[in-house]
Structure formats: C-alpha cells, structure tokens
Design a protein around this ligand. Structure first.
Ligand SMILES: Cc1ncc(COP(=O)(O)O)c(C=O)c1O
Length: 377
C-alpha cells in the first residue's frame, strides 16, 4: 500500500520546484516515463509492436479510461487532444439546416476555433454562463432550432465549474445534446459518466492527467450511437484483428471507436493510461480532497490579505484558484518563478492549480514567498 509520500515520489518535478501549474501542463510521472521508454525501446530496437501486444495495449488503455470515468470501453475513442474530440462530436451531430448551437462565452479557444471554423452550416450563439444558473441560461436562450449546448466543464481562468449532472438532466429532458470540454476537470475532480449523463466529453492528457500532450479521449454516450453521422472516420475506426491481409476490410465499429481515423499515438496512450492508473490507485475522491485542502489554505490566505479572488467559493469546485493582484501581476509572477514557484499568468491574473501530490509545506512556502514580495515593495 503506497502512502502519499510514495505517490509524491512518482513526480520528479517535486525535486526541482513547487509546481502549482496543472491547469497549464501536467508534469510527467515516473511510471508514465517508463511506459514511454518501453514503447520507444520497441520502436527503436524492433521497429514495430508485436501485433497481439499492440491490440492488447490499446484495449487495456481503453478499458482503463472507461473505468476511470465509469463508462464502457466502446464509449471511448482515442484522440490527440481536446479540440479533436470537440470537432468529432460537433461534426457528427445530426444537424439540419437552420439548426443552432449555444456555446458558453468564455470557453477556451480550443472550443471556439472548432465551433467558428468547422461548422459553416450551423448558427452559433455565444451566451454567458459565468455566475449564472446554467439551466436558466439555456432556457432563456434556446429556441426551436437549438440542437446542442457546448460548455467547458471548468472555465480555464476562473475555475468556475458547471454542474453537469443538473445541466444534463435538463438538456436531455428538452432534447438538446450536451457537448463538454472536460480537460480542466478530469483528473482533478471525480467525474462519473453515468451520473453526469452528458452526450460527449472531450479531454486531452496534457494537464490534470500528467501529460504528455498529443493524446486524449472522447467519451460518446452510447445512447447516441445510432443517431450520429459518420463524418469523421478512417481505416482504424474498423475492427481489425491483424494487418497481414489488407484485402478484407472489416466493417467500421458501430460505437465511439469508429471515430479513430488512423495510426494511433501509442506512446501517448500508454502514458495516459499509466497516469490514470496512478490516480485510480490513490482514488479520485482522495485526489479531489487533497486538491481542495491545498486550495482552501491558499484561499484563506488570499482572502485575509486583501487579494481579489476570481474563483467562486460556492458551487462545485475545481483544481483552479485564480487571483487578480491589484498591481504588479507580472512582477509577482516573475518573483515567484525565480523563487521556484511555478504558476500561470493569464489575462492579468495569477492562476494556482495544485495536484494531489503537492504538499501543505509547499503552500506555506508559496505564502511566505508572496509575503516576502509584498514586504519588499
Ligand atoms: C478548457 C481548455 N480546453 C482545451 C485546452 C487545450 O485544448 P487541446 O487539448 O485541444 O490543445 C485548454 C488549455 O490548453 C483548456 O484550458
């Protein structure tokens, strides 16, 4: 049985700095590094995987991702990033002429670019969800042409979190598809596909799942399998069992797997499933509790020190805590960096995003560093 210190040791970054930047890029774990090295060894010394090994690696990884979010393996398509998952979802929805989608204003550009540039035939309406009841927002903006709602599970800057369970109850009742960018939530907070009942959830591995970039997954709720178009598919969307005979083209899968177009990023997928196994071993409720504890110590300090806090303190919580210092954001950011504290600076805010292996001692050191900075000037 591993304890928290053992888990912390799986993250070599802890020896170099205080890394509170998982909303930007997650640091690679040691086990994922080893999994990557094993793949690289195979590519380098043998050129290709033994085919049975290849298929069983993909199958195991798919089962791991599915288990992690309480879905079925056939509801998971591997992708390369979040954008690709959002693209697949929106390209395959059965839109008709004049259909409209509601999109959360303030989504990260990953969603915005896909929506604005890949759906020329669809009307889009950007609506503000910040600080609002999401059901009320959808209710007051939908009309008879509205087909889908697209949201970020966790807003990348403020960390505001949508209650997907509530929202999906409403969207499924009124017949709207709910498409979710999950990357800022998955890995930091528990997510259960059965409870949340969204139609699609796209997630890249690069942040709370400890990277590296270049792999991800799309969850497709199985109630949609028969309704979706097939506008993004390829040869690896079919059920191949070997590649010796390429004359016999197997049929496409009838589930999420049909959206995998071609040669997969096996290295990234191996790292993704290895990292997810770390989270499963520690337990997502424990991961979430640790993150909330670290965040609350920081939050208390910011509240008592007069910082403006951009992250709501009520409602569902994420791993993000963002503050907006009145002056000197850049100076403070660089001071922290020189002190070995890595956070993000975004739109004049400082964003702190701890993970479960970070420690109370690190939070204390961050607070001490900020105090030093303030006393300095
Ligand atoms: C909410 C959100 N979605 C998506 C992304 C990234 O998208 P992708 O995985 O397609 O690069 C980010 C950050 O980089 C993000 O904060």
């Amino acid at each position: 049985m591993l304890d928290l210190a053992d888990f912390r040791n799986l993250f070599p970054i802890t020896e170099r700095c205080i890394y509170f930047n998982h909303a930007a890029t997650g640091p690679l774990s040691l086990p994922a590094r080893r999994a990557i090295e094993q793949c690289v060894d195979i590519y380098s010394s043998r050129g290709e995987f033994d085919i049975d090994d290849y298929f069983s690696k993909i199958q195991d990884a798919r089962a791991t991702v599915a288990h992690f979010i309480n879905a079925k393996p056939e509801e998971i398509a591997f992708t390369h990033n979040t954008s690709e998952g959002i693209y697949i979802a929106l390209r395959n929805l059965p839109f008709n002429e004049n259909d409209m989608i509601l999109v959360m204003d303030g989504v990260f550009p990953a969603v915005r670019y896909v929506v604005d540039h890949n759906l020329p035939h669809i009307k889009k309406k950007y609506v503000c969800f910040a600080g609002e009841d999401p059901i009320a927002v959808v209710k007051s903006n939908m009309d008879k042409w509205t087909k889908a709602v697209v949201v970020d599970y966790v807003q990348f800057l403020s960390g505001e979190t949508i209650d997907l369970q509530r929202l999906s109850e409403f969207t499924s009742e009124v017949g709207l598809y709910l498409v979710v960018d999950g990357i800022q939530g998955i890995g930091a907070v528990s997510f259960d596909a059965a409870d949340n009942n969204v139609d699609f959830l796209a997630c890249g591995s690069a942040k709370w799942l400890f990277g590296p970039g270049g792999a991800g997954f799309l969850y497709v709720n199985r109630r949609n399998f028969g309704k979706l178009r097939c506008q993004h598919t390829g040869w690896l969307g079919a059920g191949w069992t070997g590649f010796e005979d390429i004359t016999k083209n197997p049929p496409l899968h009838s589930d999420a797997r049909k959206y995998e177009m071609g040669t997969r990023n096996v290295i990234g997928i191996q790292a993704l499933s290895t990292n997810i196994n770390i989270l499963l071993q520690y337990g997502m409720p424990n991961v979430e509790a640790r993150i909330m504890k670290l965040k609350s110590i920081l939050r208390n300090y910011f509240e008592s020190s007069g910082f403006r806090i951009s992250t709501p303190d009520s409602g569902k919580q994420s791993g993000i805590l963002t503050v907006r210092p009145r002056i000197g954001v850049e100076d403070l950011y660089h001071f922290l960096k020189e002190t070995g504290v890595i956070v993000s600076m975004r739109n004049q805010n400082l964003r702190f995003s701890p993970h479960f292996y970070n420690s109370e001692e690190e939070v204390k050191q961050i607070i001490d560093a900020i105090k030093r900075y303030r006393n300095k000037g």
